[in-house]
Design a protein around this ligand. Structure first.
Ligand code: FEO
Ligand code: CA
Ligand code: CA
Length: 700
């Protein structure tokens, strides 16, 4: 396979779950709650369209009963039912980005920009590891914001924690015709991982703080990462380079993530299969690796680094697919892979402190027909001192360690940080089973319980965690339409789940639509809302319902569901990353991949989505990325006046459908040279900072 072809495959788009058989009860008891009918785009006209759509066949007997309820009139109401006051932009696709009128969207940091003190300037003609390890990485995805000082709500000075998910070989290197050299492969490894970026708003302008002591790169080439939790040290995690099974070089495919209440940064390892090559014939991890799509062999890394050859190093791939915790306040401490949270293709790891003080982390496993997970810590979170009551400042001392002044409070901060340090090593991982009546059961993945026994190949909890997917299947988890970001809303206690798409649903013998995945050939995705029972995120059960079925509400056969107040630009396709603003409102970023011309006809972006009141299910378009890019990482400052977004892989996806270009992009011939627009400069993934021109809250 050419490098060009490798760059244009969607790694989440094919099923590896062999147990995702059609479910008993598929096609019956299709659930449309009364609430959905009242709030969805299911007025009389829409119901007519539904009857002609494939969805009608699934509606069963539920629709007539619900349809007796008064339905809203079709069309846009004269009054805005949402809490969003901005003027939306128009759907479309072109070479650059766009934001709503009255807002500014400025590039803050780009791939290759110097990050660490003394880093060299970006040289597009010669990407190399020595420079890259000191520079901002490729394909920014997750963005976390940790206010400075730690524990404060400072919205004008903080640390951005940014994931670098993967590299686009064909857009990154000139002269690929001669093949990939070791130097190029090493540059790719160095461009993965994450960056800690100190940022500050000065005179109304956000800027990267130069020579910051917090600045840090985590990469796949040289960063030593500890392995902790129940699977640490297990023989299946031991390699020739690490016979202890407790230390690994690098982290891979860091997609979304989370920020803990104690100021650490969680990186989710997603499509880790892409980096491994070799054969599964007679392989000791054959079934396990096949379930993860290993070896994916999209990259040429194994040619130069034998640990990525699953035959040369049979266990290395078991050391990826975890959640990684990074402490930005201790640059000398290695990041830690927290195995208690399971191994799969983790999309993200968003956190919420439960009412009993335990930390709850939600994570989707992003592949078609995979599952939704939840981790609940055994211990409770020890809060940091409140800087609103006790003024303190953190700094990095000459030895590279974080310190706090005044000294009188330093011991308390250190004690709180120490108390939380290994909180994620002890807890319960569960997987979601969603039933046809809107109920959700969290099924614990605990060794020795139910089918998770030696008879099924699970000799310990380590085995359960290494093969999280297989364990979840045995428990009867519900296969979903690619669970991407999972975002708890701290204001309401509800949890939003992006199910980005699944064109295989109901096709070629694959599982049929069911209540939680209601469309066959689901190209457009949908959003679920989960309401934990009793407001308890650790409860064994919850309720779920569909908020929107994405796609064009006016297109025949799409069976989209939106609030009728949604305009022609307000609907989106393929929800992915999300953010909740300080007012508790939801914002959704999209990733249509190479299918954008089919799924919406326009570029990805950020849409505000009303989830409450009469406007529930109304979308409004706020920001748009340049051609070929995906929208990642939306993150608000605590005051809601700044929104950071990550523009990932500009010029990469679906440029064959870009009018006037109509071909795949390369370094020499990209569909856009965003954001620099200079000859010879390739497109560069970048973080963009959005502010309102009058200084107000975003969306106000
Ligand atoms: Fe990396 Fe599932 O997006
Ligand atoms: Ca994503
Ligand atoms: Ca995605």
């Amino acid at each position: 396979m050419s490098h060009r072809d490798r760059d244009h495959l969607d790694p989440d788009d094919y099923p590896v779950n062999p147990s995702a058989e059609p479910t008993l009860g598929d096609l019956i008891e299709r659930r449309f709650s009364r609430r959905e009918l009242l709030r969805g785009a299911l007025g009389a006209g829409a119901l007519g369209a539904l009857a002609a759509s494939p969805l009608a066949a699934l509606a069963g007997g539920a629709l007539p009963a619900a349809a007796t309820e008064p339905a809203p009139e079709a069309g846009t109401p004269s009054t805005d039912p949402t809490r969003f006051a901005f003027t939306e932009i128009a759907r479309g696709v072109d070479a650059t980005h766009h934001v709503a009128p009255g807002y500014s969207a400025e590039v803050l940091i780009r791939w290759g920009d110097p990050l660490l003190p003394g880093a060299p300037a970006f040289d597009p003609a010669h990407p190399n590891a020595a420079a890259q390890r000191w520079q901002f990485g490729y394909n920014n995805d997750f963005i976390g914001y940790i206010p400075l000082p730690l524990g404060s709500a400072n919205s004008e000075h903080g640390l951005l924690c940014v994931n670098h998910e993967y590299t686009n070989t064909t857009l990154m290197f000139p002269g690929l015709a001669d093949g990939l050299t070791r130097e190029m492969v090493d540059a790719e490894l160095a461009a993965h991982g994450g960056s800690i970026v100190e940022v500050r708003k000065i005179d109304g302008q956000w800027q990267v703080v130069p020579e910051s002591p917090f600045a840090r790169r985590i990469d796949a080439l040289g960063t030593r990462i500890a392995i902790a939790g129940p699977a640490a040290g297990h023989p299946r995690l031991c390699t020739n380079a690490d016979p202890s099974g407790r230390s690994v070089i690098g982290t891979l495919n860091n997609c979304a993530g989370g920020i803990t209440p104690w100021g650490t940064y969680l990186m989710a390892e997603e499509n880790v299969h892409l980096y491994f090559s070799g054969s599964l014939d007679d392989h000791p991890e054959r079934e396990n690796y096949a379930r993860m799509g290993i070896p994916g062999a999209r990259y040429a890394w194994a040619e130069h680094h034998p640990r990525f050859d699953i035959n040369a190093e049979p266990n290395e791939a078991n050391r990826f697919g975890w959640i990684v915790e990074v402490d930005p306040f201790d640059p000398l401490a290695p990041p830690v892979k927290r195995t208690a949270l399971g191994r799969c293709k983790h999309e993200g790891a968003e956190c919420i402190v439960n009412r009993d003080g335990r930390l709850v982390i939600y994570s989707g496993d992003d592949q078609v027909f995979e599952y939704l997970y939840r981790f609940v810590s055994d211990g409770t979170v020890t809060p940091l001192p409140d800087p609103a009551e006790e003024t303190y400042t953190g700094y990095i001392d000459a030895a590279g360690r974080v310190r706090f002044t005044p000294a009188s409070i330093e011991a308390r901060i250190a004690a709180a940080r120490a108390a939380n340090r290994d909180l994620l090593d002890h807890g319960t991982l569960s997987v979601a089973k969603l039933d046809e009546t809107g109920g959700l059961a969290w099924l614990p993945l605990v060794h020795g319980e139910g089918p998770l026994t030696p008879e099924n190949g699970f000799a310990s909890q380590a085995d359960v965690l290494i093969e999280t997917r297989r364990a979840a299947t045995l428990l009867g988890a519900t296969p979903l339409d690619r669970p991407e970001d999972v975002e708890p809303n701290p204001r309401t206690g509800k949890v939003y789940v992006s199910l980005t798409n699944n064109k295989d649903r109901g096709r070629d013998g694959k599982p049929s639509p069911d209540a939680a995945n209601p469309r066959a050939g689901n190209l457009w995705g949908h959003l679920l809302e989960i309401t934990p029972d009793g407001g308890d995120h650790a409860a064994a059960s919850a309720r779920w319902e569909v908020v929107v079925q994405a796609g064009d509400p006016n297109a025949p056969g799409v069976a989209a569901q939106w609030n009728p107040a949604t305009s022609e630009n307000g609907w989106f396709a393929c929800p992915d990353n999300m953010a909740v603003d300080p007012a508790g409102r939801l914002w959704v970023a999209t990733d249509q991949g190479g299918d954008w011309s089919r799924t919406s006809g326009g570029a990805d972006g950020v849409w505000a989505l009303e989830t409450d009141g009469p406007g529930r299910g109304t979308g409004r378009m706020f920001f748009r990325v340049p051609v070929g890019a995906e929208m990642c990482g939306p993150r608000f400052t605590p005051d809601g006046r700044t929104l950071f977004v990550a523009v990932q892989h500009p010029a990469a996806d679906g440029t064959e459908a870009y009018a006037g270009f109509a071909r795949k992009s390369t370094f020499e011939d990209p569909a856009t040279r965003w954001p620099d627009f200079q000859d010879g400069m390739p497109p560069r993934p970048s973080v963009v900072v959005i502010t309102k021109d009058d200084g107000g809250e975003i969306g106000s």
